[in-house]
Design a protein around this ligand. Structure first.
Ligand code: ZN
Length: 274
């Protein structure tokens, strides 16, 4: 990413260049994606959050959502000690999302640490009759550990900023603390500078830009689907987010440039002002 941007703004980037980035730094990147990009010889950047890298347990919200989905044919009894106020039928996705919201709100209200939230997820698993230890051992919804990041960094994977706790507080001091803690951990682990940033969940606000500049961040990537040009603000870089829901045809349309023509609105029109 850094190399692409250097050439972009120097006017020396070959046409039809592609920069490949991955968000979050999940264990699935280490296990499944990295071997593929390594075999192709593609250089890649990973925007790595670090809280759950240092705390090797499943990411709370995703874990709860998955456990409920696995029990989708069942009912969940009321459990006020977990913040679940009444019985829920888990067959609908909307209801399961509602239960996750209850669990999340309960953990926030109790000011739970990561460890306490993990215990809450374990209690949910027990309530659903599932084996939480086996779930943890699978490493689903877990991030790469510092040792795994270090290993891939030494093989050339570029690790960059994505906040420590995967969030962008609206308060300047808290926002900047997220960047600093994330950078400190990444630079300790990799021994390399981290100056490129990706907005968690693609959420960005114009007031973030000066805060990022003050933290020495030189680029920031959104999830707005468009192509980057020399005139693009480096703190509002668009990109195509590829997921399992994208068809091959759609993906190919972005590689030949026509996808960008069909994209909805330019980045500048969609900045969140509220
Ligand atoms: Zn993310």
């Amino acid at each position: 990413m850094g190399e692409a941007l250097k050439h972009l703004y120097a006017g020396t980037l070959p046409s039809k260049s592609v920069a490949i980035t991955f968000d979050d730094g999940g264990y699935d990147f280490y296990r499944s994606a990295y071997p593929v990009v390594r075999d192709f010889g593609f250089p890649v950047t990973v925007y790595q959050t670090t809280y759950y890298s240092d705390f090797p347990r499943p990411i709370f919200n995703l874990a709860c959502s998955y456990l409920l989905w696995k029990s989708r044919g069942h009912r969940l009894q009321a459990a006020p000690e977990l913040g679940i106020p009444r019985e829920f039928d888990l067959s609908s996705e909307v209801t399961r999302r509602g239960v996750v919201n209850h669990l999340h709100a309960f953990a926030e209200q109790q000011n739970y640490s990561g460890a306490a939230k993990d215990e809450l997820a374990a209690k949910l698993a027990t309530l659903l009759g599932q084996d939480y230890d086996a779930f943890c051992a699978s490493r689903l919804f877990q991030l790469m550990t510092p040792a795994e990041i270090q290993e891939l960094s030494s093989q050339g994977v570029d690790f960059q900023l994505h906040t420590h706790r995967h969030r962008t507080p609206k308060e300047e001091a808290l926002f900047r603390r997220e960047i600093r803690e994330n950078r400190q951990r990444l630079e300790e682990i990799t021994g390399k500078p981290a100056t490129h940033f990706c907005y968690p969940s693609g959420i960005y606000r114009l007031e973030f830009l000066p805060w990022l500049r003050q933290e020495g961040v030189t680029s920031a990537t959104t999830c707005e689907p468009s192509l980057v040009r020399a005139a693009t603000n480096p703190l509002l870089l668009p990109r195509l987010v590829d997921t399992s829901f994208k068809t091959s045809l759609e993906f190919e349309s972005w590689l030949d440039g026509t996808g960008a023509l069909l994209a909805r609105r330019p980045v500048s029109a969609r900045v969140n002002h509220d």
